[in-house]
Ligand binder design. Structure first.
Ligand SMILES: N[C@@H](CCC(=O)N[C@@H](CS)C(=O)NCC(=O)O)C(=O)O
Length: 213
């Protein structure tokens, strides 16, 4: 059976859990990281030398770390016709937005998450304002992409792997206004409608639409 390592409060673990549910996989999840610890022992470091979550071991012994690489692996292996876009051009659309999450959107979202949720005492107002302005600009970029040809999902008219990392982050983005000091978010109707579509997925509700901790 597939085994997934990582606490469920991690956005990177949520990607993997939601993808696994979309693919109808059965799995064991091992809580580790954060208050559970367990990332610096030799056994875990042999699985993921970076000492971070998530990591997986598939039923045939295949081990994968790096959250988006895991989502790609699971989609390629089990998601033919569902999460995995068979057409290379369409797959490149999913890929580019997955990479964009790691390289571009992730840093300001991380600043906001840590400042509001994990360590408000350490939040620096100027850095929080800058991150909120940057994230607003970036989410507007996805809004424009979704509007371009009226697509329902990131890489076409049905849910695919490209929706998974962004979908985990948008849940947080749309939840930040519960925190005093979060500036008014620009109205992004396409983004909102896409999020509404995600909220109809049982795996999204189970793993992603959870209180931020
Ligand atoms: N680029 C990595 C980042 C992994 C990462 O930073 N994971 C965080 C949780 S989101 C972690 O392991 N933090 C240490 C901990 O939880 O103890 C990925 O996407 O898998």
């Amino acid at each position: 059976m597939l085994t997934i390592w990582g606490r469920a409060s991690s956005v990177n673990v949520q990607k993997v859990l939601w993808a696994a549910d979309e693919l109808g996989l059965t799995y064991d999840r091992i809580d580790c990281g954060g208050p559970f610890g367990g990332l610096d022992g030799p056994e875990y470091l042999a699985l993921n030398p970076n000492g971070v979550i998530p990591a997986i071991r598939d039923s045939d012994g295949t081990e994968v770390w790096e959250s988006n690489a895991i989502v790609r692996y699971l989609a390629a292996r089990h998601g033919d016709g569902t999460l995995w876009p068979a057409d290379p051009a369409q797959r490149s659309e999913a890929d580019r937005w997955m990479d964009w999450v790691q390289t571009t959107l992730g840093p300001p979202m991380r600043t906001l998450f840590w400042g509001f949720v994990r360590n408000p005492a350490g939040a620096q107002p100027a850095a929080m304002d800058k991150a909120a302005a940057e994230a607003s600009r970036l989410w507007a970029r996805l809004e424009a992409w979704l509007a371009r040809d009226g697509r329902d999902f990131v890489a076409g008219d049905r849910l695919g792997m490209g929706d998974i990392p962004l979908g985990c982050h948008v849940q947080r983005w749309l939840s930040f206004d519960q925190f005093p000091g979060f500036p008014a978010r620009p109205a992004l109707p396409r983004l909102q409608a896409w999020h509404d579509r995600l909220t109809r997925r049982p795996g999204y509700r189970r793993w992603v639409m959870v209180p931020m901790t």
